[in-house]
Design a protein around this ligand. Structure first.
Ligand code: XMP
Length: 430
């Protein structure tokens, strides 16, 4: 391993992630571990230079007072204790260490080197993957989202043709999305990629289904079945690649949180399809995943994509999905994205998309009455997707988008802008 590491032990603090980020921002790798890690477990970690004991108020985890394994004090690592003061001390819990404190501890006391960067990280992971996989094969569901794309690029670098990528086109992808997965991974990176055209199959299953939860269940369930069928056709696969990232694992940093989500992306594979997991991004925060993707040579458009729901355009073609409305969603979404890029809004706005409701409204086209669909534009900003505010898009930009949608998307006669914050509205409509 190339990187030095500072271990943060979670003694009930809510600030573990903040401190991990601060240390990583100093260029030193840091990992959060549960407070009850044993001395033996700690000694198995490589290149540990020091330990931060990060206590919450009175060092409480799940209601009980906690302390670390006394054996840890014998390991000889430099330690820094952060005991967020209690109310009694008349100070707030914001008494986090300053950057200077952390620098002094990390570089002065621990003598750690600032060698945490994506180049070193990738070299380490490539080595680890090769060690784990040997001459065997890894299967990966490659959706084209940021995490699965970066995992694919990393695995291609490490094991080349021993990686088998399966891309399932469920017909609910954005315009040219599946094509760009094939272009980047098959044509440019020469990946062993199986492209599954499951469009008819998904749309068939979804026919007449209007309930949003039912739609999600069908899309998720069918995805697993298609992936499973492909997996069964292949021989000699022992591993499953996964785009698990650090926030998936730490959540609160406690022991129980370690178990959160093991089969997140392709959950629910049948018992007899047993794979060992390969999760090369599990130590990275989202922005680090993006930086890793860029370092691995993926196009920025793939790495800096806005979030896109798993069920894709399926939850934006409201109610029972019909092909004509699905095309209207896809085409209007492509126009919106093109115009946001042209206006520089793609770098500023967190998420933006269009939806098409399942009713028509009256309009006039070519001097005749028409009865056509409506496109609703939504553009929001948020930090954690729990609450959101709308982007105040410039009228001229909105006008251009509207004109283009009305001119280029055949069965639409009306365009609206969604002004609702979350709450009470959610970001998506379904
Ligand atoms: P809501 O609509 O709940 O969305 O405010 C919050 C964020 O989650 C995304 N989203 C999903 N992502 N599968 C996903 O992977 C889903 O079923 C799903 N539903 C919503 C949504 O796009 C937003 O970023």
């Amino acid at each position: 391993m190339k990187q030095d590491m500072i271990v943060i032990l979670d003694l009930g603090s809510t600030e573990n992630t903040t401190i991990a980020r601060q240390i990583r921002d100093l260029g030193v790798y840091s990992e959060i571990h549960p407070h009850d890690i044993t001395a033996g477990e700690l000694e198995k970690l490589e290149n540990v230079k020091g330990i931060v004991l990060n206590g919450g108020e009175n060092r409480v985890v799940d209601g009980s007072a906690v302390d670390i394994d006394p054996g840890l004090y014998e390991c000889g690592y430099p330690m820094m204790a952060i005991d967020h003061p209690t109310a009694k001390c008349e100070r707030t819990r914001d008494a986090l260490p300053t950057e200077e404190d952390l620098k002094e501890f990390v570089f002065g006391v621990c003598q750690a080197e600032a060698n945490w960067n994506m180049k070193n990280f990738i070299e380490d992971q490539v080595e680890l993957i090769r060690k784990q996989v040997g001459g065997r094969k890894v299967l990966l569901a490659l959706s084209g989202g940021v995490d699965s794309s970066v995992v694919a690029a990393m695995l291609i670098k490490a094991i080349g043709q021993q990686l088998v990528c399966v891309h399932v086109n469920h017909g609910l992808m954005r315009k040219n999305e599946s094509e760009s997965v094939v272009e980047v991974f098959k044509n440019q990176l020469h990946a062993n990629l199986i492209y599954v055209d499951a469009v008819e199959r998904f749309l068939g299953k979804l026919e007449g289904v209007a309930d949003p939860e039912q739609k999600r269940k069908i899309i998720g369930g069918e995805f697993i079945r298609v992936f499973e069928e492909e997996a069964r056709k292949l021989e000699g696969i022992d591993f499953l690649g996964q785009g698990t990232i650090y926030p998936d694992i730490i959540e609160s940093g406690t022991k129980t949180a370690k178990m959160v989500k093991s089969h997140h992306n392709v959950g629910g594979l049948p018992e007899d399809l047993k794979f060992e997991l390969v999760e090369p991004l599990k130590q990275l925060f989202k922005d680090e995943v993006r930086a890793c993707g860029v370092e691995l040579g993926l196009p920025e458009s793939m790495v800096y994509r806005q979030p896109f729901p798993g069920p894709g355009l399926g939850v934006r073609c409201l109610g029972a999905i019909t092909r004509d409305r699905l095309e209207a969603v896809r085409e209007s979404d492509a126009i919106l994205r093109e115009e946001f890029e042209r206006a520089g809004l793609n770098k500023k706005v967190w998420q933006y998309f269009t939806v098409v409701p399942d009713f028509k409204s009256v309009g006039v086209k070519n001097n005749a009455r028409c009865f056509d669909y409506m496109v609703i534009i939504r553009a929001i900003n948020t930090i954690d997707a729990m609450s959101a505010t709308i982007e105040r898009v410039d009228w001229d930009v909105l006008q251009r988008i509207t004109d283009r949608i009305l001119a280029e998307v055949g069965n639409v006669c009306r365009v609206c802008y969604d002004m609702s914050p979350k709450p009470p509205a959610t970001i998506e409509f379904e």
